[in-house]
Design a protein around this ligand. Structure first.
Ligand code: 3HC
Length: 294
């Protein structure tokens, strides 16, 4: 399929990445189906998009009326209705193999043969996921960054079976989203960004765990010396400690103990403190204060 043939994009999963990807596609003029497994989840995702497009308008970052963008997005629970006429399906469901298996099984049943499947997985093997479908050559990774509407980069990742045509179409799709893509030529753990970024977040945890500095000091160092736009702990709260932990566990299992998640991070997972999405992580996002690590 050529990018010019694409008019409808279905995004599966309305969570922190899914809703942002749906927003990006709608901003680029595509008809978008945003699907999640229940009405509340899909409605939350839609409301997050409403907030975001209003914010873009307020900041003069939007060329059209927010309502026009929102009108291009249909929130749905019914999978068949969401993907039945899709040219591209972007999957952003939780990183749990059972969930992915179920989703890809049903997708094959409902999506048109022409549709490209792209996964926003943070680290799972593109080849393994593609083999859950009958179209592994029409399958690749399309990895966005949080928040998708503000982050310029998209990783387009090849799986073992991905065709050159699929990669070129998805790269062109990313360009039509006004993004810059890089091609990840090997389906390797963490791809490029998470191979670099999640160890950084983990090392920040180890530095605090070993008593070298507190959270705010590490974050200040990140911003005012290393020169990253958010401190490692702020960023972990933004992307989700659960997401960072999941990627590290995968890197640990595939690449060895250098990637072992720091116990401080694991504690956050056990306490359900995932970051902005749960209100608390390394910071209390309602009060705007740091939660001391001890
Ligand atoms: N939609 C619309 N507006 C948004 C927004 C969104 N999704 N998110 C934030 N904003 C708004 C804020 O509310 C704020 O508005 P306010 O001033 O009224 O409070 C405004 O944007 C801030 O924008 P600025 O350009 O003034 O601020 P910054 O220069 O700090 O830019 C940023 C914000 C682009 C988020 C910047 O801090 C940044 O680049 N942070 C790093 C993010 C990053 O690295 N993400 C990648 C994580 S890795 C990942 O996602 C992969 C995964 O697999 C782990």
């Amino acid at each position: 399929m050529n990018v010019d043939d694409i008019t409808r994009v279905a995004v599966l999963g309305a969570g922190s990445m899914g809703h942002g990807i749906a927003e990006v596609a709608a901003l680029a003029g595509y008809e978008v189906a945003l699907r999640d497994i229940d009405e509340d989840l899909v409605q939350d995702g839609y409301e997050n998009i409403e907030w975001s497009v209003e914010k873009l308008a307020e900041k003069d970052r939007l060329d059209e009326d927010p309502e026009v963008v929102l009108d291009r997005i249909t929130p749905l629970v019914d999978l068949e209705a969401a993907v039945g006429d899709a040219d591209v399906v972007i999957e952003a469901v939780p990183e749990v193999m059972d969930i992915k298996t179920e989703v890809y099984g049903s997708l094959e049943e409902y999506a048109p043969d022409r549709a490209i499947f792209a996964t926003n997985t943070s680290s799972l093997s593109i080849t393994d996921l593609s083999e859950m479908t009958d179209r592994p050559e029409q399958f690749c990774g399309m990895h966005f960054f949080n928040p998708p509407v503000r982050m310029q980069l998209v990783e387009v990742i090849t799986g073992k079976h991905t065709s050159e045509e699929t990669l070129e179409t998805v790269e062109a799709l990313a360009e039509s989203f006004d993004k810059t893509s890089i091609r990840v030529r090997k389906d390797s753990p963490g791809f490029v960004v998470n191979r670099i970024l999640t160890p950084l977040l983990n090392e920040a945890c180890w530095a605090v765990n070993e008593g070298g500095a507190d959270i705010r000091t590490v974050d200040s160092t990140g911003k005012y010396d290393i020169g990253i736009p958010m401190g490692p702990f702020e960023l972990a709260d933004r992307v989700g400690n659960d997401v960072a932990h999941h990627v590290l566990e995968y890197l640990n299992s595939e690449l060895g103990e250098a990637y072992e998640p720091c116990p401080l991070l694991t504690e956050k997972i056990d306490e359900g403190k995932f970051g902005e999405k749960t209100g608390e992580g390394w910071y209390d996002h309602d009060e705007g204060v740091e939660i001391p690590a001890d």
